[in-house]
Design a protein around this ligand. Structure first.
Ligand SMILES: *Cc1c(COP(=O)(O)O)cnc(C)c1O
Length: 427
């Protein structure tokens, strides 16, 4: 019976498709994908294009790349890089090893993060957009949430504050103007009897700056309005003192809000991403007052937004590194803290290539306009495409007609490979 079925399918298929597909086997792609490439090539009347089509399919697969852009949290390259490997083993994801009873996945990494930023409690969801949505659903569903018109922003990748708030079921009460919002504007909204204000929301304008005639109340001024203050700080800087860096806070951190200090200033909850300045996996963290975090954990949406064990295990590694004060174990901070002298110390691997001063950036929709002095090498001409097409793609920038590799985001183990690639494209 079995062979009969196969025979029928082979009869249906023009033999040349199958032969063409088999000729592409060296790509390593599974046969059905090679059949797709072969079919498309034949349908286009251009069988010779089959290898290129197979290559295109192959290049859509997730693969490690070398980030030579100097953008530390490159949104297109997965934001914060993280080493991770795991064998096929179970974990105690929801098992209490002491009692043998059902455990809670939210007591692992989230508790460690709470400890690291001085919060009473924390929980993790899939990203910061989900964190904001869950917080508003848990605290303000069917009620009002007050937010400044100056903070109704869109942050990279389509996170639009008004949309996320609407999905949560909370009603948005807008106060102030784009450039100026005062504490009195919030007071008026909170005390207006037509409103039923359940939360005040403060959103960090992560990816842009409003300069000039501007005014916005500080967190501490909004914490005393009555309803709980939810501060979406976005970037996941845990503590502005950066105790995990031997050299202390880098100057470019500027006025980036940090979880610990925002909570100390009176925010009831903070929300932030796992894969921006926190340097962990994609996740969203909700941290702050225990009873409010608990309300989030109990909300039915929490089930739909919860991360799996892969993410929670990676987040746990990140949190433990913070608690050890070991910024070097967090790849983002290891790269961010490199001094220009340390970067120049690697130039030996790039002998014969021109050294350039570069400006690395935090990226990831954080700290707009912030530059971190860095070191790069350059070759004349635009070779970005050739570098991308290598077996291990190298992503570089083209600045003033030259291709530049910024050493800050290149792992030192990859220096020789990047140097060889640059020499090759430069001819
Ligand atoms: C980046 C950011 C978000 C969105 O975070 P994701 O983890 O990408 O969902 C939300 N709010 C602020 C303030 C941000 O900076």
């Amino acid at each position: 019976m079995r062979s009969l079925v196969v025979d029928v399918s082979l009869q249906d298929r023009p033999p040349s498709v199958d032969r063409l597909a088999r000729s592409l086997a060296a790509t390593g792609l599974p046969h059905p994908l090679l059949v797709d490439a072969a079919r498309a090539a034949i349908a286009a009347g251009d069988p010779d294009s089959a290898p290129a089509r197979a290559r295109t399919l192959h290049r859509r697969l997730l693969t490690p790349v070398i980030n030579a852009t100097g953008v530390l949290l490159h949104t297109n390259l997965g934001r914060a890089p993280q080493a991770w490997s795991q064998s096929a083993r179970y974990s105690n994801l929801e098992l209490d090893l002491d009692t043998g009873e059902r455990g809670d996945r939210q007591t692992g990494a989230p508790d460690l993060l709470a400890r690291a930023c001085g919060a009473e409690a924390a929980m993790a969801v899939n990203n910061c957009a989900a964190a904001v949505m869950l917080v508003l659903a848990a605290l303000a569903e069917g009620r009002d949430a007050v937010v400044s018109r100056g903070e109704l922003v869109e942050i990279g990748g389509g996170f639009r504050v008004p949309d996320v708030m609407a999905w949560s079921g909370a009603r948005l009460v807008e106060v102030g103007t784009t450039n100026r919002t005062r504490r009195d504007d919030y007071v008026a909204a909170v005390s207006d009897p037509v409103n039923d204000v359940a939360a005040v929301v403060q959103v960090h304008r992560s990816n842009f700056r409003v300069v000039g005639f501007t005014e916005a109340p500080r967190t501490a001024e909004l914490a005393s309005l009555g309803p709980p203050l939810v501060a979406d700080i976005g970037s996941g800087l845990l503590d502005s003192r950066c105790g995990w860096l031997e050299s202390g806070p880098p100057p470019w951190l500027d006025s980036e809000p940090a979880a610990r200090q925002t909570l100390e200033a009176g925010a009831a909850l903070v929300t932030f991403s796992g894969d921006k300045l926190l340097g962990g996996p994609q996740a969203g963290i909700i941290a702050g007052r225990a009873e409010l975090v608990d309300a989030c954990r109990r909300h039915p949406l929490a089930r739909a937004l919860r991360p799996g064990s892969l993410v929670l295990a990676a987040l746990q590694d990140t949190a433990l590194a913070y608690l050890r004060g070991d910024g070097r174990a967090i790849e983002f901070w290891r790269m961010a803290a490199l001094t220009p002298a340390e970067l120049r110390g690697r130039l030996g691997a790039y002998e014969g290539l021109a050294e350039v001063v570069t400006a690395a950036t935090p990226g990831g929709g954080t700290l707009p306009g912030v530059e971190i002095e860095s070191v790069g090498v350059s070759v004349p001409g635009d070779h970005a495409g050739a570098l991308r097409s290598r077996p291990r793609p190298i992503i570089a920038r083209v600045i003033d007609g030259a291709t530049v590799a910024d050493l800050r985001t290149v792992h030192p183990d990859d220096d020789a490979e990047v140097a060889a690639a640059l020499r090759e494209v430069a001819g």
